[in-house]
Each structure stands twice: as C-alpha cells, then as structure tokens.
Design a protein around this ligand. Structure first.
Ligand code: COA
Length: 188
C-alpha cells in the first residue's frame, strides 16, 4: 500500500472533482474556510469555482492589488487533503508578507508529513514558471509551518513584526535551482 506522501498529487481542479471538493469543504468546516478555498461560498456552483480559479491563474479581470496565481489541490486518490496557492510573482504587499506560496492541510490529515511533501512539489511547480527563489512567510508561532519550510531547505531572512497587527512573522527564501523540468510525482 502506498504511503501518504508518495501517492500525493498536486493538480488543478477539474469538473470531475466536484464530489471531492464538497467532501473537503466538510473536512475543513471547523476552520476558517480560506485555508481550503476563497473561490466558493454558499450558493456558488462548482463550475463557477473553476471559472474563478481560471481567471485568477490567467490574471483575467483580477483587481490591481492581486497578481496572477494558481491554486493546486493535493489529492490522495480521490480525496483532497490539502492545497497550495502559487503566486506567479511578488507585488509590494506580498514581498512584505505572503510571498509566492501559501499552503494548508485538512485538519484530519495533519502531522503526517503531507505539507512538507506539498511544498516540495510546489517548489517544482514554481520552478516550472521560472521562479528561482521562492519567498514564504509564516507566523512565528506557527511552528508546524516553519518546520515545513525548513524541511524544504528554507533559509530564514528575518523575523519581523507585522505593522498591521504586531504579529511576529518569519520570512524565508527557498531556492528552486535544479528543479525546473522535474516531474513532481518523482519521489526518492
Ligand atoms: C501548517 C500545516 C500546513 C502543517 O501541515 P502538516 O501536514 O501537519 O505538516 P507536516 O506533517 O509536514 O509537519 C511538518 C513538521 O511540523 C511538525 N508539526 C506538525 N503539527 C505540529 C503542531 N501542531 N505543532 C508543532 N509541530 C507540528 C511535524 O512534526 C513536522 O516536524 P518535523 O519536520 O520536525 O518532523 C497545517 O498545520 C495547516 O494546514 N495549518 C493551517 C494552515 C496554515 O497554517 N498554513 C501555513 C500558513 S504559513
């Protein structure tokens, strides 16, 4: 039987994924929904979610303060267990906090190494669109998240206080050198 990490696949949502998407919404129902999606709210059809994701990825009609970005969902078989949001470039706000990549794992699937694997695959995806140095930030108190970053070779630039809310934030850089053209499903 494959272990959870080696059979994990990051990919964009397709129409056939509606049932998996609705199930994952339930998995995340006790958390801030944005950890799973901000492209859906009650009453929005799944086809509209896909359209919103497409528009965000191509940057079509997005507000000036946003950059094009692709949402990848992490599948284990039919199940969505996590997600990774890849911003195609930084803007002023992202270069302070947010960076190129954000990720989350469904509450019931945490502490199994999945986020570490999701970010590993995310770095290959970042390399594939020409990002050589990936910036990621996380709250200093979010130990699991900075472990994920450091597991993937993240180098800490600084720990700073967020001007908006005083929160302590860790800012990291991760090199994607050598990852361009790699198959994300490849695992050692
Ligand atoms: C942060 C998050 C993505 C981690 O996902 P995960 O799949 O549990 O991470 P992993 O299993 O790869 O664990 C990474 C490391 O964190 C440790 N860890 C996991 N949960 C932890 C916790 N609650 N407290 C402290 N360490 C924890 C693991 O033991 C592992 O440590 P190791 O590398 O030294 O063995 C997940 O908790 C989550 O989705 N949180 C909400 C969203 C979020 O905070 N996203 C990051 C925003 S910057």
């Amino acid at each position: 039987m494959p272990d959870g990490k080696t059979d994990l696949k990051l990919r964009r949502l397709e129409l056939k994924d509606e049932a998996a998407f609705l199930l994952a919404l339930k998995d995340w129902s006790d958390e801030d929904r944005a950890w799973f999606t901000w492209h859906w709210e009650p009453g929005v059809a799944f086809s509209e979610v896909l359209s919103r994701l497409d528009r965000e990825a191509t940057g079509t009609g997005i507000p000036n303060h946003l950059v094009p970005a692709t949402m990848y969902y992490a599948f284990q078989g039919e199940r969505i267990v996590g997600r990774l949001h890849l911003r195609h470039r930084l803007n002023q706000a992202l270069s302070v906090r947010g960076g190129h990549i954000g990720y989350a794992v469904a509450p019931g699937f945490r502490d199994k190494g999945l986020a570490t694997e999701i970010l590993r695959q995310g770095l290959v995806l970042a390399a594939s669109i020409g990002i050589e140095s990936v910036m990621i930030t996380c709250a200093d108190e979010n130990v699991a998240s900075w472990r994920v970053i450091e597991n993937n070779g993240g180098e800490l630039e600084k720990v700073f206080s967020d001007e908006k809310n005083g929160e302590l934030v860790r800012k990291y850089w991760l090199s994607t050198r050598g990852l361009r053209g790699e198959d994300i499903t490849h695992n050692e």
